[in-house]
Design a protein around this ligand. Structure first.
Ligand code: PEP
Ligand code: MN
Length: 285
């Protein structure tokens, strides 16, 4: 297939490990989970999320502060104020945080506060953004475009790699199809292909793939069973009240339970769930 000089797997044991922190590595034997709300809404919301999820444990917290919304009239995210909330959560709970970058002008501020910069589906082929992210000294979570082929996806990663940043994680989050029952179609075959074609870690987002909370856990398990290196999942203290993507948000309790249910699936495919949970005194409280 591809003319992906840097992203292609060149030997069977080649595997990139992307470090979110000294404790959190993506692409190794351990499965990692990134979880949190679609959108950062308040300090209190993010503290609840971080406190509960450390017990799961999850290895990183997500939350959008610049949101790509279909309607220009919908809430666009808290912007800089949201970044400051993420930063406080990051230092108080000693957890890596992941958030989306939509524009070149946002890179500097986000890179200063977050441990991983997410490129959303709608920007997968924003080549100028990708080139600029190639010069950032932070890991990039590259989500597959809404209707991107696997080749286009890998070549988008190649843009980042070829501009100097080797820390790229691919994320399958479902692709558009004809059925509206699910929000998208989760391409698990694509996950297997990506694992065979590239040495980059591959994670799965069953939340945006399905759009319905009751479909998230089964597909999260399927993703681990077919070789994904991790998951990114949306959850919220009061899911129905999420300002965005409420229908797909898990409760924090369901999120914790899902992490536990993933363990036997990981074992079945020779992996383990990462156990890093900082500050056990907070977990016990
Ligand atoms: C998100 O993760 O918040 C998001 C908007 O996802 P995607 O780009 O996959 O739609
Ligand atoms: Mn969302």
């Amino acid at each position: 297939m591809l003319n992906a000089k840097l992203a292609s797997l060149s030997s069977p044991d080649q595997q990139t490990i992307v470090n979110l922190s000294p404790q959190v590595a993506i692409g190794g034997q351990q499965i990692i989970v990134i979880a949190g709300p679609c959108t950062v809404e308040s300090q209190a919301q993010m503290e609840l999320v971080a406190t509960k999820l450390q017990a799961a444990p999850v290895q990183a917290i997500r939350g959008g502060v610049y949101k790509p919304r279909t309607s220009p009239y919908a809430f666009q995210g808290m912007g800089n104020e949201g970044l400051e909330i993420l930063d406080r959560v990051r230092s108080t709970y000693e957890t890596p945080v992941v958030t989306e970058v939509m524009a070149i002008s946002q890179i500097e501020a986000i890179a200063a506060h977050a441990d991983m910069l997410q490129v959303g589906s709608r920007n997968m082929q924003n080549f100028d953004l990708l080139k600029e992210l190639g010069q950032v000294n932070k890991p990039i979570l590259l989500k597959r475009g809404l209707a991107a082929t696997l080749e286009e996806f890998v070549m988008a990663a190649e843009y980042i790699l070829s501009h100097g940043n080797s820390q790229v994680v691919l994320c399958e989050r479902g692709i558009r199809s004809f059925d509206s029952y699910t929000r998208n179609v989760l391409d698990l075959g694509g996950v297997v292909v990506l694992k065979q074609l590239t040495h980059l870690p591959v994670i799965v987002d069953p939340s945006h793939a399905t759009g319905k909370r009751e479909l998230v856990a089964p597909l999260a398990k399927a993703a681990i069973a077919c070789g994904a290196d991790g998951l990114i999942i949306e959850c919220h203290p009061i899911p129905e009240e999420s300002v965005s993507d409420a229908r797909q948000a898990l409760s924090l309790e369901a999120m914790v339970q899902l992490v536990h249910e993933l363990q036997p699936v990981a074992t079945a495919v020779g992996r383990t769930m990462a156990k890093v949970s900082k500050q056990p005194e907070l977990v016990a409280a």
